[in-house]
Design a protein around this ligand. Sequence first.
Ligand SMILES: NC(=O)c1ccc[n+]([C@@H]2O[C@H](COP(=O)([O-])OP(=O)(O)OC[C@H]3O[C@@H](n4cnc5c(N)ncnc54)[C@H](O)[C@@H]3O)[C@@H](O)[C@H]2O)c1
Length: 344
Amino acid sequence: MRVVVVGNGTIGSRHATYLREAGHEVVTVDPAGGADHDRTSRVPDPARVDAWIVATPTAAHLPVLGEILRRRPDARVLLEKPACYPTEIADLARLVRRHPRSRTVVNDIYGHSGAVRRFAESVRLHGGADPIRKVTVEFTKNRELDVANGRFVDTQYGEAGYEYFHMLSLLRSILPADLYGTYLRTVPAQVTPEMRVKTSAENLPEIELYASSTGVIGHPELAGFAFSDPAAKRHITRSLIPYGENLRYRFADVELMSGKHITLVFEVHYGADAEYKNKHAVHIRDAVSWRHFLISGNHFKEALLLQLDLLGRAMEGTALLRLPEHRFLAGLGWATSTVLCHSL
Ligand SMILES: NC(=O)c1ccc[n+]([C@@H]2O[C@H](COP(=O)([O-])OP(=O)(O)OC[C@H]3O[C@@H](n4cnc5c(N)ncnc54)[C@H](O)[C@@H]3O)[C@@H](O)[C@H]2O)c1
């Protein structure tokens, strides 16, 4: 396939690398230099492009998508998440509607991850006769060095713009579709700025999503045991990932009514294995037994190639924009900015 990657920064260059590794022809666009073209309008012969990937900062997604669809109304486009800013959601929906032959998909790495699929299968297997009591998802990283180095900062969704799309994908993999819909429509009981989002409602299990981009770990006890490297374990026990440390503490834990836990922990061999980014573990434990299995695979690459294949086969008019999730996250962004204003 001939794929144009618009935005050749951290994420766009990863897309380009994986596409080339898979044998695709890649054309890059970036005004910052080092790309094949400095703007989308300069890509020659758009009729020969099989797919486009938009990986610019979020503020440029809508104008870039508009330019692509102007030049190629039936384009197949993989749009990085968030698809657009909260105030642009209606404009995005309108733009896509105005191009009924286009196919647009918002990147959903965790929604297409083999590790998440195997975890969700385990939850269904054990949760059949033992309902879910609580779901806890945590994605913590110390991003302060990234930010100091000038990496794109989400000024509108705030904390919710980084990890929450992934965390929602995990939740979506665990909950039946109707309950997931209920979750997105339920006003959370608590939203804190760091950010912790707690929801409890009739018919829903207790749900807590927690993410920190300053490295403050919320639930060391739920997944710290899974890490093999002593230094990583130490950071987790102290509930703090230091500045400049690349450790990512990411897990989804399901507690069943019986007290059994099923936990997916990402990158468990951080600090102990050069290939740690592609090794994850599922632990299944209760008072009398504890077992686990490892899952290997690069889920960024897996999801990219899978979604490219889906786009290639998608019917005209296909639009997987995850708009209810964008609206939910926009609400969280507003909730935290209101909390911050009140506490000033
Ligand atoms: N799917 C994921 O897991 C994931 C993770 C991180 C970031 N993202 C998303 O990816 C996007 C890019 O983030 P990043 O961290 O790579 O940012 P980045 O700042 O590293 O890279 C963005 C690049 O886009 C270029 N650019 C800016 N305007 C452009 C335009 N009009 N046309 C072409 N290129 C343009 C910049 O020069 C820069 O090189 C954001 O939307 C972000 O939310 C997704």
